[in-house]
Design a protein around this ligand. Structure first.
Ligand code: GLY
Length: 342
């Protein structure tokens, strides 16, 4: 097991890569504790949960709403939770986003932790203290920065994930490599078959490397006013695609990363050879690299990005594999690029 930590503004968060759900009890406080999970995870893993009250929510991006948060808050009251209570979210990114948000606003904030059960949440969503929900067409529009007390990344839990969920996680792994770790990119290239076969040592290394990268970035810039923006590589167009086709997050980010790499190429940053290498790796990991939505639809959906600042937005470009740069560009410039994709 490897332990990483993030010292956030409100406290320290420990991330345990390679720890197991069955040891969760060792990390829980003596206080009243409630589990939040989703229907799928409950069905498969409830037998391994500690003996505690369980609040169950549905599955899918559509559940990431204020209505789900209200449901949870009412359940916490029903379970007589108070300021000393603790909430543990057991699930993927949707469970951790909602759990962290509900815990952060219940009685002005109680402590919480996660057992992260999907590859995507282990390498990204559950780490770094972003918690929140969507509002209408606006993704992650309402939320808070607040670090969990701990995150357990149990690699064994990934064995029951559908293939499409594994590839969603691979997209965020490739993203981490592209923005700041060329050696990790080469490792993925050389171990792609082992990764797809869910070889324990390979997946363990990928999760640990991504948590190392993410915790280092978040430590420098918890509230995303600088370095953390790089973690949004591929997400501007990716989020737009996610809205249009309701593709899984990682699949949409894969298409968004290829578009962002091409945009970088147009600006004479990354070379064509490196762009081809990125596309080839993503394709080998069963991720989509092209899309045929109309530029108009993408431009309209991208305009709903919460990170836009008036007529401008921060866009993440690639200088090369393993090095990213953030630039403020106008929506006009982005729209011109998207129009040229047709
Ligand atoms: N997923 C991007 C971030 O946590 O900042």
């Amino acid at each position: 097991m490897e332990i990483f930590s993030i010292k956030g503004s409100l406290g320290c968060s420990s991330i345990y890569v390679g720890e197991h759900l069955k040891n969760l009890g060792n990390y829980l406080p003596d206080a009243r504790t409630v589990i939040i999970t989703d229907e799928n995870i409950k069905k498969i893993y409830e037998k391994d949960f500690p003996n505690l009250p369980v609040i169950t929510i549905g599955t899918g991006e559509g559940i990431k709403t204020l209505a789900s948060v209200e449901f949870i808050l009412k359940e916490l009251i029903r379970h007589s939770c108070d300021r000393s209570s603790f909430i543990i979210g057991i699930g993927g990114g949707i469970v951790s986003d909602i759990t962290g948000f509900a815990a952060s606003i219940f009685l002005r904030g109680i402590k919480f932790g996660f057992v992260s059960t999907s590859l995507l949440s282990q390498v990204d969503a559950s780490v770094g203290g972003k918690n929140g929900v969507n509002l209408d067409a606006y993704k992650n529009m309402v939320g808070v920065f607040n670090q969990p007390e701990f995150v357990i990344c149990d690699i064994d839990l990934l064995q029951t994930l559908p293939g499409v969920e594994i590839s969603n996680g691979f997209a965020e792994i490739v993203k981490h490599a592209l923005i700041c770790d060329k050696t990790l990119f080469e490792f993925i290239e050389n171990n792609r078959e082992n990764a797809k076969a869910l070889d324990y040592q390979t997946i363990y290394k990928l999760v640990a490397e991504c948590v190392r990268i993410k915790s280092t970035v978040v430590q420098q810039d918890e509230k995303e006013s600088g370095e953390r923006r790089k973690l949004n590589f591929g997400h501007t167009i990716g989020h737009a695609i996610e809205k249009i086709e309701r593709a899984g997050h990682g699949r949409a980010v894969s298409m968004g990363m290829v578009a962002a790499a091409r945009f970088s190429g147009q600006r004479n940053l990354i070379s064509e050879k490196e762009i081809s290498r990125i596309i080839s790796l993503l394709q080998d990991l069963n991720l989509p690299t092209t899309f045929d939505y109309s530029p108009k639809a993408i431009i309209s959906a991208a305009g709903k990005d919460k990170k836009k600042q008036g007529k401008d937005l921060f866009y993440v470009f690639l200088e090369m594999i393993g090095r990213a740069r953030v630039e403020k560009i106008s929506f006009l410039e982005l729209n011109e690029f998207i129009s040229g994709l047709a």
